[in-house]
Write a protein that binds this ligand. Structure first.
Ligand SMILES: N[C@@H](CCC(=O)N[C@@H](CS)C(=O)NCC(=O)O)C(=O)O
Length: 361
C-alpha cells in the first residue's frame, strides 16, 4: 500500500504538495481529485470540498499542504526542508507565507484574465477525465465558476490589475537575478519557502500557457527553478548555505513582501481580533470582511482571510522565540525593508488549526 495524493495538475496547492513529496522521496501515487472523490473522501473528513488531500496507507486524511509537509517531515529521516539555522528558517517561513497567501493574487489574475478559455478545459478534465474536449469544456465552465468568483474577493479588479502586473513583473526580475546564482532560495536544497512559492509559480504562472510564456520571456531562470522543483532529479539532496547566510539577492523580495503583504496582514489581524471579541467561542469564518491593500502604488481591498493568520503565526512565533545576537541578526535582515511591520506585529488574537478546522485560540 502506498499513500495517495488526491490533487490535480491545475491546482495551485497540489503543485506544492506534489513537488515536496517527490523531493522527500515519499512512497505515494497521485489520483485525480474528482467530484466523486470530493463527495466520498474529502467532504466527509475535511468538511468541505478542497484539494489537495493525502490519504495515508492507514487511512488517515491529511489536508492543507503545510500539515502534509510537517507530517512527512516528522516521520521521515534525512534532510529537512526546514533550515536548522534560525535566520534561514525565519526567511523560509516568511516565503511560505508569501507564496501561499499572497502570490495567489497574480496567480488568479493571470489565470482568469489571460487563460480563462483554456482553464475551463483543464477543470473539465478533473470532472470528466474520459469526456470529449467539448464535454470537458462545458463541465469546466460550470465547475470553474466558483473559482472565477474568488477573483474580485482576492482584490483583482480593473483598478488593481495594473498594480498586480507591475508588482509581479518586478518580482520576476528579482527572482530571476536570484536564481541566476542559486538553485533554490537558500542554497542547493529546497526549503519550505521554495514550496510556498512553487504553488502559484508552477500550477498557474508556469503551467497556464499565456502565463508560462510571460515567465519564460521575462524570467528564464525562474522557469528553470520551477522545472528543478517539479522534475526532481535527486530527492533529499543539497545543502542550505553555510553560516545561516541569507543571500543578498533575496533581500529585494523580502523588502517587497514586507511592503505589500504586511500592511494587509496588519489590517486583517485587527479585523479578526475585533470579530473574535464580538464572537467569543464562535466558529471562525473563512473571511472577516474586507481589508485594504496597496500593490505597486495602487489601492484595493481583498477578503480578510483568517487562514492567513495561521500561516503568519509560524514565522512570527519563530522570530519571537529568538534571543540576543540571533534576534539581532534576524532584525538586520528584516530591516533592509520595513522590518518593524513584522517585528512589532500586533496580534491581539490568535487562531489554532487542528483537524482541518480553524478555531479561536
Ligand atoms: N491552504 C490550503 C489551501 C487548499 C486550497 O485552497 N485548495 C484550492 C485548490 S488549489 C481549493 O480547493 N479551493 C477551494 C476552496 O477553498 O473552496 C493548502 O495549503 O492546502
Amino acid at each position: 500500500m502506498t499513500h495517495i495524493l488526491y490533487g490535480a495538475p491545475v491546482s495551485l496547492y497540489s503543485g506544492k504538495a506534489r513537488a515536496y513529496l517527490d523531493w522527500k522521496g515519499v512512497d505515494y501515487r497521485e489520483e485525480l481529485c474528482t467530484p466523486d472523490i470530493q463527495r466520498s473522501i474529502v467532504i466527509p473528513h475535511v468538511g468541505r470540498p478542497v484539494m489537495p488531500v493525502v490519504q495515508k496507507d492507514d487511512g488517515t486524511i491529511l489536508q492543507d499542504t503545510t500539515v502534509i509537509i510537517d507530517h512527512f517531515e516528522a516521520i521521515t529521516d534525512g534532510p529537512s526542508v526546514y533550515p536548522e539555522t534560525p535566520v534561514q528558517k525565519l526567511i523560509a517561513l516568511l516565503f511560505e507565507l508569501y507564496g501561499d497567501e499572497w502570490l495567489v493574487i497574480p496567480a488568479m489574475h493571470y489565470r482568469w484574465n489571460y487563460n480563462e478559455e483554456w482553464v475551463y478545459g483543464e477543470f473539465g478534465k478533473i470532472a470528466l477525465p474520459e469526456g470529449s474536449p467539448q464535454e470537458q469544456y462545458d463541465k469546466g465552465r460550470e465547475n470553474g465558476a466558483r473559482f472565477k468568483g474568488f477573483v474580485p474577493m482576492l482584490g483583482i479588479t480593473p483598478e488593481t490589475i495594473p498594480g498586480i502586473e507591475a508588482s509581479y513583473e518586478a518580482l520576476l526580475g528579482e527572482l530571476d537575478a536570484h536564481f541566476a546564482v542559486h538553485d533554490y532560495l537558500l542554497g542547493t536544497r529546497p526549503s519550505i519557502g521554495d514550496y510556498g512559492l512553487i504553488g502559484p509559480l508552477y500550477a498557474h504562472l508556469y503551467r497556464d500557457p499565456k502565463s508560462g510564456e510571460l515567465m519564460k520571456r521575462l524570467a528564464p531562470n525562474v522557469a528553470r527553478w520551477v522545472e528543478r522543483m517539479v522534475e526532481v532529479e535527486n530527492p533529499r539532496s543539497g545543502e542550505f548555505l553555510p553560516d545561516d547566510e541569507i543571500p543578498e539577492t533575496l533581500l529585494p523580495v523580502v523588502i517587497r513582501m514586507l511592503e505589500e503583504q504586511f500592511p494587509y496582514l496588519g489590517a486583517l489581524a485587527h479585523l479578526y481580533a475585533d470579530w473574535a471579541k464580538a464572537n467569543p467561542g464562535a466558529d471562525i469564518p473563512r473571511a472577516v470582511g474586507m481589508a485594504p491593500f496597496t500593490i505597486a502604488g495602487v489601492k484595493g481591498e481583498r477578503a480578510a482571510t483568517t487562514f492567513s493568520l495561521w500561516m503568519l503565526q509560524r514565522p512570527l512565533d519563530h522570530y519571537r522565540s529568538l534571543k540576543g545576537a540571533v534576534r539581532e541578526r534576524a532584525r538586520d535582515v528584516l530591516d533592509h525593508g520595513d522590518g518593524e511591520l513584522f517585528r512589532n506585529f500586533i496580534l491581539r488574537a490568535r487562531v489554532r488549526f487542528e483537524n482541518h478546522i480553524l478555531s479561536q485560540d
